[in-house]
Design a protein around this ligand. Structure first.
Ligand code: QAP
Ligand code: CO
Length: 171
């Protein structure tokens, strides 16, 4: 297993759109394993392949307390969303240290494939709903900050630039 390098915002490669997975082979399960190992090592709950610079529609997640319930979503798609909207204080492994409230549909009806290619349909709510919407955004080149107001985005970009400068002087 290999720990992959996670791209950090505002890396332009985070704007890439991932291609559907066509081959359900050993290479795919190795990618999913490496993504899970990377996610666990960085204390994340979800990771999309675009974040490790792989342009394939692959998402890994583990929302369990004991970090022993990995879920692998290949080619995830949202069929339907609820009218009800919820707000959640989201973070992202590609934007460490930044948490912002994002509004999204409360529940989503999902379709995805497992590592063996089998198609699964699932009704996601609560944190799973937030997380899969956040991760599918990554597969479309969208980071959660893109869903905030321009003013909030500009403030965060300025703050991140300031922090980077400070870090540079300290070292
Ligand atoms: C996406 O995010 C998510 O800032 C997954 O310093 C987040 O795993 C979906 C993380 C919230 C739904 C709700 C963030 C780790 C991990 C950080 C993550 C950090 C270390 C974020
Ligand atoms: Co993210």
């Amino acid at each position: 297993m290999t720990i992959l390098k996670v791209l950090h915002y505002p890396d332009k490669r985070l704007k890439s759109v991932a291609k559907p997975v066509l081959n359900f082979d050993k290479k795919l399960s190795k990618l999913a394993d490496d993504m899970l190992e990377t996610m666990y090592s960085e204390k994340g709950i979800g990771l999309a392949a675009v974040q490790v610079n792989v342009l394939q529609r692959v998402v890994v997640m583990d929302l369990s307390e004991e970090k022993n319930k990995p879920i692998i979503f290949i080619n995830p798609e949202i069929n339907r969303v609820s009218k009800e909207i919820r707000e959640y204080n989201e973070g992202c492994l590609s934007v460490p240290g930044v948490y912002e409230k994002v509004q999204r549909p409360a529940t989503v009806n999902l379709k995805y494939q497992r590592l063996d290619g089998k198609v699964v349909e699932y009704e996601a709510d609560e944190l799973l709903s937030v997380c899969i919407q956040h991760e599918i955004d990554h597969l479309e080149g969208v980071v959660f900050l893109d869903r905030l107001s321009r003013l909030k985005q500009e403030k965060i970009i300025k703050r991140l630039a300031k922090e980077r400068k400070k870090q540079f002087i300290e070292v």
